[in-house]
Design a binder for this molecule. Sequence first.
Ligand SMILES: [Zn+2]
Length: 135
Amino acid sequence: MSHDSEYDRLINNKWRQAGLLYSDQQPDDKTAISGCKKLYRKAFGKAFKGKWVIVNRKNQYTWWKGYTNRSVIVVNPSREDDWGRKGWPDMVHLISHMAHAQLRPTERPHSVAQLELEKDLTNYALSDAFAKYRN
Ligand SMILES: [Zn+2]
């Protein structure tokens, strides 16, 4: 199976079933940061010690603020990605890439391990435990 069909099966279909794949629904700023903290902890296995900041600029995506200075994470709950996904599908995707980049720096971005991680984070973001951040 190609990566793309696995990606649709394991990730996009889950968001689609929840009605969130191309939804305009997005969390407010405070909820976005709280939810991203949970996702970060899940992805990295520990909490982020630095600062969390909201950005709403169109092209800035959820990531460390500086590539070498990883003490600040910017969160953009209103960004739309290249596939038209906003809100949690976009933030979950990016947090999975952050963790993958930090934990497995020698692996390419869309390896099997990254797909697995994004799948796990997607399932978590759609679980009852995360419901209060989705609404
Ligand atoms: Zn990706």
